[in-house]
Design a protein around this ligand. Structure first.
Ligand SMILES: NC(=O)c1ccc[n+]([C@@H]2O[C@H](COP(=O)([O-])OP(=O)(O)OC[C@H]3O[C@@H](n4cnc5c(N)ncnc54)[C@H](OP(=O)(O)O)[C@@H]3O)[C@@H](O)[C@H]2O)c1
Length: 302
């Protein structure tokens, strides 16, 4: 054991929001911070620069999730008290994992749900899980993004070929995954309340300049990095540093103890989309997602 009180894991801590959240948390000596990234060496080196631990994790791969959990447990760090499900991808065309699953759903939703389930036995209560969603999940917010699909988890995991442009389909897969993040957060909040594990969701706002546009064209990436940064004066547009501080507060602040099932913008609870509150749909998504995870695990064991 080290001298710090608790361990907090942030998925996707190598850039953007996750990095800023981790950097902020690591300033407090009571926190042992673990960040993850797909490249083990790069993640370890980057983590060392902010006083964190770095471990490899690819959420689109069940064996990688298992490897990460084993590495975390073997590291014998202080009690696990926080998990920030932050990592996220947005593609510009149909992209599949090595298992043949649609990669946005597999990474943003299913990978995180599998990670939460694999870590459950390792949390020390009271513990907190924060799920990073996005205002783009909500059709009433006019974000310019396509509305989320209404489909079963299996249909989202193994979709038919796109019926609209590949780019628009990929963007719709993103907003759908962010709705799934919220639906899962609300479901887990109810399931885990008896275990003194709280689950809340967070919208970081539009943060131009992060790596989220890494799969876009060169022109689109240039726009994301330069012109879009000028938009920071507009309401709803944030910097990774500002939203990272809010996210760190959400997972660590004493005054958030015991509060569960909320969706926050900055530090304020807000309503998410009407669709996100349908408990029957939340339950079905959760059950079907567990089945998909079991199938992936069975395939990996063969
Ligand atoms: N940027 C925005 O405007 C915005 C708005 C609303 C919500 N969000 C949400 O905020 C979160 C963070 O986004 P960001 O803008 O900070 O993006 P980012 O800079 O691209 O960071 C994404 C992180 O996810 C990791 N990652 C990518 N693919 C992964 C995979 N298959 N398995 C595990 N980790 C993976 C990346 O690490 P490696 O590449 O090192 O693996 C990176 O650290 C996401 O959930 C996103 O949906 C962003």
């Amino acid at each position: 054991m080290t001298s710090s009180d608790r361990t907090i894991v942030i998925t996707g801590g190598t850039s953007g929001l996750g990095y800023e959240c981790a950097r902020n948390l690591a300033l407090d000596p009571r926190n042992t911070v673990v960040i993850t990234g797909r490249d083990a060496t790069r993640t370890r080196e980057l983590a060392a620069t902010i006083g964190a631990h770095g471990m490899a994790l690819d959420l689109s791969s069940r064996p990688s999730v298992g490897g990460f959990v084993a590495e975390l447990v073997a590291a014998d760090l202080p009690p696990l008290a926080g998990l920030v499900c932050n990592a996220g991808v947005q593609f510009t065309g149909r992209t599949l994992t090595s298992d043949g699953m649609e990669a946005t759903f597999a990474t943003n939703h299913l990978g995180h749900l599998g990670l939460v389930i694999d870590l459950l036995a390792h949390f020390t209560a009271p513990a907190r899980i924060i799920v990073v969603s996005s205002g783009t999940h909500d059709p009433d917010q006019f974000t310019g993004m396509p509305h989320p699909l209404r489909a079963t988890a299996r249909e989202l995991a193994y979709p038919p070929p796109p019926t609209e442009s590949a780019q628009r389909d990929a963007r719709r897969r993103y907003t759908t995954s962010k709705l799934a993040n919220l639906q899962t957060a609300y479901h887990l909040a109810r399931e885990l309340a008896p275990h003194d594990i709280t689950v809340n969701a967070f919208d970081p706002g539009l943060m131009p300049g992060t790596g989220l546009a890494r799969n876009a064209s060169a022109v689109q990436r240039l726009g994301w990095k330069t012109i879009a940064r000028a938009l920071v004066v507009l309401p709803g547009v944030r910097t990774p540093r500002g939203s990272g501080a809010d996210l760190a507060w959400l997972v660590a602040a004493p005054d958030r103890e015991g509060i569960t099932g909320q969706y926050l913008v900055r530090r304020t609870p807000v309503r998410s989309s009407a669709a996100s509150y349908d408990e029957r749909v939340q339950h079905a998504l959760y059950g079907d997602s567990l089945e998909l995870l079991a199938e992936l695990d069975a395939r990996a064991d063969r």
